[in-house]
Design a binder for this molecule. Structure first.
Ligand code: ADP
Length: 490
């Protein structure tokens, strides 16, 4: 199968969150399974040509955006057998410090930046005669691609043979823009209706993907169910219900090549289920990193997160003083909303012996926290999949999570009676529920035998990508078969 995987970020080139992890690994695994995969993303200025051995393609790309023809360059690199990456260079759009915006908000021209990207994906496919069977699109930044495939590019001599699969990694980001941006898409106003792109007077790129893609997937089974409800649907629950027959929930895998304590180059001492001594070293190293007392028996709770409301940061803040009273240590790595930066900085000033905070994005430190903490806290309000809790399992760092989306699918609650489970979870989004759960975890922590068993159960779990990749292949095949069927009937 020929697969074109379009995304706005992918490891190792650019990453702001889980989308970058998924886009870096899923296409690679599909290629390992024998498929021909091309990854395509914007060439942000952070992506160095020499470092990645990028080679400029001999094509001159002209991409229509409104009445203009935007020129672009295309760079290529073979990442593995059958796995190529293409990067679209257009410096006016992508030569910036950040990918999507600053701390003050999104870039004002994000509509134009990703209209351009969506169309350039299709123009590149044509110019390079890629003839993909599947165009796999991800999140709002590529939401218009399925719309274009059913309109401007629907002719069989264009890209009419390709089917589109649209994956939603987070419904909270929809790419909402005012209707004056509509002409920039070069799509007709007849699509500015509630059955297509309109969403309460605005254009909604994500909705475009949901309505027009041949299949829609999201990143856990639970989240797939949740988004069809008013509570989690962000106003699009009805659209999801309409597409129920073509909607799939496929849990993300993780790349154990990158996230495994047995081979992690960022951590102080490697370790695995057969010998946990390295984890103690990693804990001491993490305590030193944050200038906390290097005490082995003090429970250390870690957090790595975008500091956004979604992640349940308010619940952590509400419980901080109580956690301090119990003598816990707490370390946080994150970046996001200013108010959270200030709140955590205050805690670290008030409790320098117990709280370590680093505001920023730091991959090496993220690995050290996974290895050095005893528990990982993730009380999200909603969580499409969540990766850190899965990484935590592998590092023997016991997750404390709220039962929502992928957190609910991956974490089973420990109870003394069942002696099963791989972490701790609670239901209601309220500080007292989190507090009770933290206390529950601490109780088990004090019983070393039970705790080690719990750690080992988590470490033995396997969330590698192969199974998820096979589920995507099944979706591709079913979707291609449905299309063939439709064409046969026409
Ligand atoms: P989301 O995509 O909603 O941010 P996920 O749990 O799916 O959440 O993925 C987050 C990814 O980003 C993980 O790989 C995590 O380690 C990483 N990450 C998040 N914040 C930071 C940070 N401040 N520094 C380094 N890595 C981070």
């Amino acid at each position: 199968m020929k697969i074109l995987f379009a995304t706005s970020e992918a490891v190792p080139f650019a990453k702001t969150g889980g989308l970058g992890d998924v886009s870096g690994t899923l296409p690679r695994v599909l290629a390992q399974m024998g498929h021909e995969v091309t990854l395509i993303l914007p060439k942000y200025c952070q992506i160095n040509e020499k470092k990645f051995k990028l080679i400029k393609k001999e094509i001159e790309l002209q991409v229509p955006v409104a009445q203009k023809m935007e020129e672009a360059e295309v760079y290529a690199v073979e990442l593995a057998p059958r796995f190529n990456a293409l990067l679209v260079r257009q410096d006016t759009y992508y030569h910036r410090d950040q990918l999507y915006g600053t701390t003050n908000g999104d870039f004002e021209d994000n509509a134009e930046r990703f209209i351009f990207f969506s169309r350039s994906v299709l123009e590149v496919a044509l110019a390079l005669r890629l003839q993909p069977d599947i165009i796999h699109c991800n999140d709002w930044q590529t939401g218009l691609i399925p719309v274009y495939l059913k309109t401007l590019y629907r002719d069989p001599s264009s890209l009419g043979q390709s089917v589109s699969v649209f994956t939603i990694h987070n419904l909270a980001y929809q790419g909402l823009f005012w209707h004056y941006d509509m002409p920039m898409t070069n799509l007709g106003w007849e699509l500015f209706i509630p059955e297509a792109l309109e969403f309460y007077g605005k254009i909604n790129f994500l909705k475009g993907g949901i309505v027009f893609a041949d299949a829609v997937t999201t990143v856990s089974r639970k989240y797939m169910e949740e988004i069809q409800t008013e509570e989690f649907g962000c106003g699009l629950e009805g659209v999801f219900q309409d597409r129920r027959k073509d909607l799939y929930g496929i849990l993300n895998g993780v790349d154990y090549g990158e996230w495994s304590p047995a081979s992690d180059p960022f951590i102080k001492q490697k370790y695995g289920p057969s010998d946990l001594t390295g984890k103690r070293e990693c804990k001491a190293d993490l305590q030193r990193e944050f200038r906390l007392p290097t005490k082995e028996d003090v429970p250390l709770i870690g957090s790595i997160s975008r500091l956004a409301e979604q992640k349940g940061i308010d619940l952590i803040v509400a419980n901080m003083e109580k956690m301090m009273d119990l003598g816990l240590q707490f370390v946080l790595l994150g970046t996001g909303e200013e108010k959270y930066h200030l709140q955590f900085q205050k805690f670290s000033e008030k409790y320098p012996q117990q709280v370590g905070v680093k505001i920023g994005f730091d991959n090496a430190l993220a690995h050290k926290i996974e290895a050095g903490a005893d528990m990982f806290i993730m009380p999200s309000r909603f969580e499409p999949c969540g990766l850190n809790q899965i990484y935590s399992l592998k590092y023997g760092t016991v997750p404390i999570v709220r039962a929502t989306g992928g957190l609910d699918d991956t974490i089973q609650d420990f109870t003394p009676t069942n002696q099963g489970g791989n972490g701790f979870k609670f239901g209601d989004y309220s500080p007292s529920y989190l507090w009770e759960t933290i206390k529950r975890a601490l109780q088990v922590y004090r019983n070393q035998v039970a705790w080690e068993k719990l750690m080992l159960r988590g470490m033995s779990a396997d969330f590698s990508w192969e199974q998820s990749a096979r589920a995507y292949l099944k979706v591709y095949q079913e979707t291609l078969a449905k299309k063939k069927n439709r064409n046969g009937k026409e």
